[in-house]
Design a protein around this ligand. Structure first.
Ligand code: PLP
Length: 357
């Protein structure tokens, strides 16, 4: 009995993919062992690693002059890896639109003269600051921002208006909507929201930015070394990479990112329209900046929020409790959440409202 799982991450995966992984777990393509029991330098895993890389390139339309790396340490490790590799002049600007953006900035401060060039912190991160008139300092190595704010439920729909190199954290929105990779110097994303189980982190980096790392950059965080070794410098997270491959194949079969984006827009619209038309539930994010992936909302009181989460769980709608910094509820409706799950949530919300008004 599968539930509708609205967890923010690790999060729900496509059922077909789980079944496929299950079916070939004991005997991967006639090898007599699973993909997680064999050498990462053997033919079967090398093929998985390569196909995953190529499929991600195809799905995102990643240009030739970019490297795609599969690394470890989560998105949080990239908060340090980015300045260690890219902050040649030890100077970068950060846009604060949420918790993870703040964490990236604080980590960056350890490696140079980092500054905040825009922030919506005073407003409780309920909107994305104006990107047209953003003031970036001269001579920065990059501008960092979080494309989709997982906790607060907002997303960028416009890029910072600057010539500086753009670095973005797409952990909670990668492959959910079309992006023009060529506009960025670097994109990173932990896999456990929209791609695979926790354990692998995707780094997409323009090749001219490689090889300029700081002297103190740990070998494992050195993008140039990871690139030279096709992400196999040491033992890679084999299982998450294999699962990512299955998810990429699944996404391609569905029609790719464009088709996925349409479905995601439809799912998000259903839920936001319902919330906006209700006097019981509320979403505090500026309408134009609302996330397609993470939808936070509150009921009229904290007591009702707790009751909502408990009753939803009993009805097979799980992990709807909001993040501890925001409270309330949050429905994460990543690629793998079917529209039926969103409809089931809305039906439950209607019923709960009637019973508790
Ligand atoms: C989840 C998340 C992170 C943290 O990811 P880890 O892989 O746990 O380090 C960072 N940034 C964003 C936007 C996230 O959603």
């Amino acid at each position: 009995m599968r539930v509708y799982n609205f967890a923010a991450g690790p999060s729900t995966l496509p059922l077909d993919v789980l079944k496929e992984a299950q079916a070939e777990l004991l005997d991967y393509q006639g090898t007599g062992m699973s993909i997680i029991e064999m050498s990462h330098r053997g033919k079967p895993f090398m093929a998985v690693n390569q196909e995953a890389n190529e499929l991600l390139r195809e799905l995102m339309g990643i240009p030739e002059n970019y490297s795609v790396l599969f690394v470890q340490g989560g998105a949080s490790q990239q908060f340090a890896a980015v300045p260690l590799n890219l902050a040649v002049n030890k100077k970068a600007d950060y846009i604060l639109t949420g918790n993870f953006a703040q964490k990236a900035y604080e980590e960056g401060l350890k490696y140079g003269d980092m500054a905040v060039c825009a922030s919506s912190k005073e407003a409780g991160y309920t909107y994305i600051t104006d990107m047209k008139n953003i003031k970036v300092r001269d001579g920065v190595d990059y501008v960092h921002f979080t494309y989709n704010n997982t906790i607060y439920g907002s997303r960028f729909t416009e890029l910072p208006n600057t010539d500086a190199t753009l670095v973005t954290d797409m952990s909670s929105c990668i492959l959910s909507e079309k992006v023009d990779v060529s506009k960025f110097g670097l994109i990173y994303a932990g896999a456990q929201k929209n791609i695979a189980p926790a354990g692998v982190t995707i780094v997409i980096v323009r090749k001219d930015l490689l090889g300029k790392q700081s002297d103190i950059c740990p070998t494992m965080l050195n993008y140039a070394i990871q690139d030279k070794n096709d992400s196999l410098y040491n033992t890679p997270p084999c299982f998450p990479i294999y699962m990512a491959l299955l998810v990429f194949r699944h996404l391609k079969k569905l029609g790719g990112v464009e088709v996925m984006q349409k479905i995601n827009e439809e799912k998000a619209k259903l839920l936001y329209d319902f919330i906006d038309n209700s006097s019981f539930y509320k979403n505090k994010v500026a309408v134009k900046d609302r996330s397609l992936m993470n939808v936070p909302f509150v009921s009229p009181s904290e007591e009702l929020d707790a009751k909502f989460v408990a009753e939803a769980t009993k009805n097979g709608l799980v992990s709807l409790k909001g993040h501890r910094v925001t409270g309330g509820m949050r429905a994460s409706i990543y690629n793998a959440m079917p529209i039926e799950g969103v409809k089931a949530l809305i039906d439950f919300m209607k019923k709960f409202e009637m019973e508790n008004k």
